[in-house]
Design a protein around this ligand. Structure first.
Ligand SMILES: Cc1cc2nc3c(=O)[nH]c(=O)nc-3n(C[C@H](O)[C@H](O)[C@H](O)COP(=O)(O)OP(=O)(O)OC[C@H]3O[C@@H](n4cnc5c(N)ncnc54)[C@H](O)[C@@H]3O)c2cc1C
Length: 463
């Protein structure tokens, strides 16, 4: 059995930035970071190598491994407390923003400075959107692009390598409290480690596991919402005036029919649509590259409707999973439908797709999303597409592609204090796994925050 001072479970954005912050201090503590996924250089989705659809790797390369779900993502770091998590409710708004700015500085220092920092603050788009009943949320965003993002993560790994021992392909199966107040950590390889402080940074892919640990240790959890929708893909020219100006626009619309809010999410100019596999369920996502040579002719973004349930049904994630399973059942993975076919009430077929002017960037099964997505959400999405058409004419074109389903699962909110420490002393929960954050900036910021707390606890000096 190997003994450590600090063990970090999960090498995603939050774990990586925690390890960075500990390394930056004069860190004499023994720190181990464990992740069930692969090292950075081994992470590649088979779809990128030519597989027709998701082959359900275990664990999924998109979600697991060094850098976590953020590694092969678009690398869009939104500096804002208007979306992307509730870190500000734990650490205060000013500190949350300071932490996100700090993360941005680190990324710039590691090779991100060439990526432009966009801001919606003084954009004309806000006025144009308002005139059309659409609301643009305020944020600064630095888009690293998948390629640059991977290079930066490689540099952070090298920077931390001398001080943080990282072990991949290792799933933590159980943790136990020790009589001395420390923790015993068990892996799927029959290894055991002990530590004084244990940090759970297991992201969305570890949602069920962290929930079971909380149940076992009597740590409270509050069910979160689930967002359901589609990924829209259209020719990049349609959104060019918006994406050139602010890159990522988070636009919110309240539908006439149900008074529900629909929002755009994760906009990827010249990007590609990807499949992601969370605990065996295939959903859709998107990303784009910084290198102009890797650009596609399309822009993609999600349209999402939030769903939160009250008594007697409370499990929002289960609801989202059931809808995603339906699409997986009908399409063998992701379903694809032209907007024109959806509004005309007919499925998209291979034959209709051949006549489509917009070329899909993800191989998906042509089908009928109305057999999968409940009427209320689908009506909301259709209404939003017509609303967006007013500020980006062409959005409601019949060849606009809709991939389904996009589901944003949010982990249950783990009960933590303002230090992101659970009621079990020495046990911390951060990043998306804690349900506190839902984004790269906020997850990374939570890692820095706990890194500083642990550094102070162990008396590390800034280097
Ligand atoms: C395709 C895609 C694109 C995205 N694009 C963006 C974007 O542009 N901007 C943005 O802000 N957000 C984006 N996101 C979301 C963003 O990636 C997450 O918010 C962020 O990665 C959360 O960081 P985290 O450290 O909390 O968790 P994660 O990054 O999910 O990392 C958790 C890690 O824990 C490991 N793990 C889980 N359970 C165990 C276990 N039991 N034992 C060992 N290891 C375990 C996993 O392997 C994983 O590597 C995207 C997500 C996806 C999937």
């Amino acid at each position: 059995m190997k003994d450590y001072d600090i063990i970090i479970v999960g090498a995603g954005a939050s774990g990586v930035f925690l390890s960075y912050e500990l390394t930056k201090r004069d860190n004499s503590a023994k720190v181990l970071m464990l992740d069930k996924g692969a090292p950075l250089e081994k992470r590649q989705c088979p779809i990128k190598k030519g597989a027709k659809n998701c082959v359900k790797c275990n664990p999924c390369h998109i979600m697991n491994g060094y850098g976590g779900a953020g590694t092969l993502s678009d690398g869009k770091y939104n500096i804002t407390t208007h979306f992307g998590g509730d870190l500000h409710n734990y650490v205060g708004r000013e500190e949350a923003l300071e932490l996100m700015e700090y993360v941005d500085q680190v990324l710039c220092g590691m090779g991100g400075a060439d990526a432009k920092l966009y801001s919606t603050a003084s954009s004309e788009l806000k006025t144009i959107a308002l005139r059309n009943d659409l609301h643009l949320l305020e944020a600064k965003v630095r888009h690293l692009g998948t390629d640059r993002n991977v290079r930066i993560l490689g540099r952070i790994f090298d920077y931390c390598a001398s001080r943080i021992h990282t072990q991949f392909y290792t799933t933590i199966t159980d943790i136990q409290r020790q009589p001395d107040g420390g923790f015993l950590v068990k892996t799927d390889k029959d290894e055991s480690f002990t530590c004084k402080d244990l940090v759970l940074a297991t992201g969305r892919s570890g949602s069920k596991w962290i929930s079971s640990i909380c149940d076992k240790m009597g740590i409270g959890q509050e069910k979160n919402r689930v967002d359901i929708g589609v990924r829209v893909e259209l020719p990049a020219e349609i959104f060019k005036h918006i994406t050139d100006d602010v890159y990522e626009s988070k636009i919110v619309y309240k539908t006439d029919k149900y008074n529900d809010q629909v929002r755009t999410f994760c906009m990827n100019p010249y990007g590609e649509v990807v499949a992601e596999n969370t605990n065996g369920i295939v959903t859709v996502n998107g990303h784009s590259y910084a290198d102009p040579a890797l650009r596609t002719e399309n822009t993609n973004f999600a349209l999402l409707v939030s769903n939160k349930f009250t008594e007697p049904f409370k499990d929002s994630n289960e609801y989202g999973e059931s809808i995603a399973k339906l699409s997986n059942m009908l399409g063998g993975g992701v379903l694809l439908q032209r907007f024109g076919d959806l509004v005309k009430g007919r499925r998209s077929s291979e034959r209709r797709m051949q006549k489509c002017f917009t070329r899909p960037t993800l191989q998906a099964t042509p089908g009928d999303l109305s057999l999968v997505i409940p009427k209320r959400q689908l009506d909301n999405i259709i209404e939003m597409i017509y609303a967006l058409d007013k500020i980006a004419p062409g959005t409601a074109n019949e060849d606009t592609l809709l991939y389904g389903v996009e589901v944003k699962f949010y982990n249950s909110k783990v009960e933590v204090d303002h230090n992101l420490q659970t009621k079990v002393k020495g046990l911390y929960a951060l990043g998306d796994g804690s349900g506190v954050t839902h984004s790269l900036s906020q997850a990374s910021a939570s890692g820095v925050y706990v890194g500083r707390i642990l550094a102070e606890k162990y008396g590390f000096q800034a280097r």
